[in-house]
Design a binder for this molecule. Structure first.
Ligand SMILES: *Cc1c(COP(=O)(O)O)cnc(C)c1O
Length: 434
């Protein structure tokens, strides 16, 4: 075999075995859709086994904000791996974790003073929910054991997280026997720049008033509802939620796993409304997409309540808690972000996306387009055929992964104007001929 045919057969071997053995996110093993094999990635480019190169519009699901193969992040990982990759966090501490927690407290909204590290976003949400429940048990109000969430919300795939995801998208009917029952308010309808109307919060307001004795916390994604619909909503809604939580003695959990670290144009989306939650979840971009890591922050009031209660401690402790390798890369990623003019950069991406998306409004199959910060959304009139459209995007040299009616991008922050234009041109070519 010459080298090209041997490479091709190696490639099909991987793809065959992939279909035989490997489960991908939300995928069927009975009717698998072929995956694309990445062999190298650098900057905004994914290099495939067949030699083609794709501009990544997804930042690997919000994570790879500095792009791939970044020298500073590589160096941080290598330096830490030569010291120690992991040690248990029970009774042991280390600089990478302590530095990270200090930075997170300093950059997040005021009052979030304590940090619990975990391995993934869903676990950070589980931890947040457990904090809220344990807080109320500890302060002698165990009946406050329900949550209030929003339609179109997404908070992860584990069971507590799933129980507060959109009931329809999250297929609550199928898991009816096993999911905890919580309350849901309608999704906010008023957009970021639209005139506020108190009606938008009326039903939320009625539910929290009626159920306050049962409610431990409200949980929501501030300003941007991500995987539950890619919807942007008014900061006034969030401000009113904060007021209503205070009025009715209910904790507020802000899930900033997708929005955190600058994506919306603010470092954290809560800043759009100038509010601080009682508990905040972070994940995704925290390590610049290098390692799996998440954090749940809470107020000193919440931590005191928990620790002075019956258990005398918070009842949680993942094996890989505070993984030094992940923390070291997170520190390097945050240093890169905070030492850059990330705000101007996100404004640049936002301006280009806004201009580029204008012409999509002329496409018959497009229902609506919207932009906030480094997020561009094209909502189609009907759901796209994922397998088919993915092939067309790849043929255009771009990586975009729609869900349902939503074709959207949130590229690495380092994307250049010319790359962003090529990305949007590729999407335009596919959607305008659909
Ligand atoms: C992705 C996401 C999660 C879940 O994070 P995982 O790391 O996938 O477990 C939770 N909440 C929001 C808002 C997310 O975008």
């Amino acid at each position: 075999m010459n080298s090209i045919t041997s490479e091709l057969s190696a490639q099909s071997r991987i793809l065959d075995k992939d279909q035989q053995f490997v489960w991908h996110p939300y995928s069927s093993l009975s009717a698998p859709i072929p995956a694309y094999e990445v062999v190298f990635a650098e900057g905004v480019n994914l290099h495939l086994a067949d030699g083609s190169q794709l501009i990544d519009g997804m930042a690997s699901w919000w994570c790879a904000i500095h792009g791939y193969n970044h020298p500073a992040l590589n160096a941080a990982a290598k330096a830490q791996i030569d010291k120690f990759s992991h040690v248990m966090f029970g009774g042991i501490t280390h600089a990478p974790a302590v530095d990270l927690c200090e930075t997170l407290v300093n950059i997040t909204p005021r009052g979030l003073d304590k940090v619990f590290l975990s391995d993934s976003g869903s676990v950070a949400v589980e931890v947040a929910i457990k904090m809220a429940f344990q807080y109320w048990i500890s302060v002698g109000k165990p009946d406050k054991n329900k949550l209030l969430s929003l339609h179109n919300g997404y908070h992860g795939d584990t069971f507590a997280a799933m129980s507060v995801c959109d009931p329809v998208n999250g297929m609550h009917h199928m898991f009816d026997q096993v999911l905890a029952k919580h309350y849901f308010a309608p999704a906010p309808q008023i957009g970021v720049d639209e005139l506020w109307d108190e009606d938008d919060i009326a039903e939320f307001s009625a539910i929290i008033a009626a159920k306050k004795d049962q409610l431990a916390a409200v949980i929501l994604e501030p300003i941007v509802q991500g995987a539950g619909g890619m919807r942007f909503y008014s900061p006034e809604y969030l401000r009113r939620v904060r007021e209503l939580c205070d009025e009715h003695d209910v904790l507020l959990i802000a899930d900033e796993i997708a929005t955190g670290f600058g994506r919306t144009g603010k470092l954290f989306a809560c800043e759009w409304a100038g509010v601080a939650p009682d508990i905040m979840c972070l994940g995704k971009a925290i390590t610049g997409g290098y390692m799996t890591l998440a954090a749940t922050l809470c107020s000193a009031e919440v931590s005191r309540g928990i620790c002075e209660g019956e258990a005398g401690c918070f009842m949680h402790g993942p094996t890989f808690m505070g993984n030094p390798l992940a923390c070291a890369v997170a520190n390097a990623s945050l240093e890169l972000l905070l030492s850059s003019d990330w705000e101007a950069n996100i404004r640049r991406i936002e301006a280009t996306l806004s201009t580029e998306l204008l012409r999509f409004d002329g496409i018959e199959a497009v229902a609506q387009t919207r932009v906030l910060g480094g997020i561009g959304v094209i909502e189609m009139k009907v759901a796209v055929n994922l397998a088919e459209i993915q092939k067309q995007f790849v043929a255009e040299g771009i990586w975009v992964r729609p869900f349902g009616k939503l074709v959207y991008v949130m590229p690495p922050y380092i994307i250049k104007e010319e790359e962003l234009s090529r990305l949007m041109q590729g999407i335009f070519n596919v959607l305008s001929t659909a």
